[in-house]
Write a protein that binds this ligand. Sequence first.
Ligand code: PLP
Length: 524
Amino acid sequence: MTSSLSDVQSSFPKPATGESSTSPTPALTAAFDPGRFHDGAADIVGRLTAYLGDRSVRGLDLLHPETLLKAARELMTLERHGIADFDADRVSQIVDLYTGTGIPVYSPGYMGRQFSGVVPLASLIDLVGSVVNQPSSFYEAGQLPNVAERLMAEELNRFIGWDLDRFAMVTTSGGSLANLTALLAARNRAFPQIWTAGAEGTPGRPAIAVSEEAHYSVTRAAGVLGIGERQIVRLPVDRAGRIRPDLAAPVLDEAHRRGLRLFCLVASAGTTSMGAFDPLEELAALARRYGLWLHVDGAHGASLLLSDQHRDKLRGIEQADSLTWDAHKMLFMPAPCTLLFYRDKTAARGAFRQRASYVFDEEPDVYSAFDSAEKNFECTKRPMIMPLWTVWSVYGPALFAQKIDRLCAVARQAYEMVAAEPDFAVTHEPESNILCFRYRPDGLDPATVHRLQLEIRNRIRDGGRFFISKVDIDGVAALRVVVMNHLIDADHLAMLITEIRDIGQRVLRASATARHDQRNGSHS
Ligand SMILES: *Cc1c(COP(=O)(O)O)cnc(C)c1O
């Protein structure tokens, strides 16, 4: 090979002397020097190892943006003409600023959001991905990533249960884009003319039915698709946040009477606020009865399919038409990594009915049959499957199942501990790893309870020991704990409960004093 390549090269005319000025400058060459990569890697990996090893209980150190802007600006070279000299110290400072200002996702104090510390092996593979840079919508550009997508699709589909010859999977940059893509495929199936003709001539108004608890990306997708917020039909939920199938049918009937042409029902497998699972079997029956595409937004909770203990919550998933599954949530991968599954691959191709002759072959050949580009919106797309496929290949599915079981068990324990406290009130029994509750001693009106939770949440964040989130439930704020770290134990939960109570009582005392002072005309 090498000799034939040099044969070809030697047949080209040699550059005339004087053209050597077009060769790269030494500084340019140096920036790409593998030795420099090696030296930089040793320092960065050392710093990251220390970061990973820090198990202290801590929350978010939230800097004022102006402070961080200043610190970050000081790290920028002032060199504008030549290439600046490599400055290892500057790189170290950037890494320290990066690791020091994020949410500490590996700390047991982190209980606030749905992403987590990643399986460390996953981040190393992400590094490989950044070096080889194989944006993966086309087999030609990312051979292994596209093969890995096929393998990972088959592995995960075993837990969904669709026909191997018919189902399809595509990775997307996040669950929001997956929801949009699935809704697009659903709309194109029901209204094939809209893709080319636009809305003109469409009889009736296309509409979707979603849970009152649906993630905002679903309603946003309706906006993007031109369905319009007014054509979003909201299905009522029970106290736990699950769609009530018995109340859904009358709502769908009413929508038909109003002239809406429903084409899709979106269920949640794990709502964002409380981690509630809609009853998929009943909703699938409903979708069939009304001729609707059933999309399951399992961004958060589809991963529970991997757990023998929790799989049952997704009973009926095999009857869905599509499923959004975030691997950067409960599969502990670097974000973003989302898998969008379709029961029927022709529907998957229907999402983007478009031909670009410079990239799409009319007839797929043995290579382009592995392209994903027809099924995803992105043209250039990160080969996000690689960390997941590698971790799965090296450790097997039990790693995920064990961690998921542990997270759900800790959430359950948190529920029991909080429920036992007389001045706390849980809003639901956790179905997965999310628990919402309020600190509410007796005798407070809802407005006070609302303000109190917001104040507690912010003061906990400012305290820097725990990081939790908040969510509105029935119009009243609640504290929200998302257990993403398997190192969280009962001691951490007890510490959190104590901290919430201390802060809550301090806030209530301060506002009682303020009221008292007001009554006595004191303005100090
Ligand atoms: C997180 C989440 C989303 C959005 O997914 P991203 O990956 O953050 O874009 C959608 N639906 C549900 C239920 C979620 O929890």
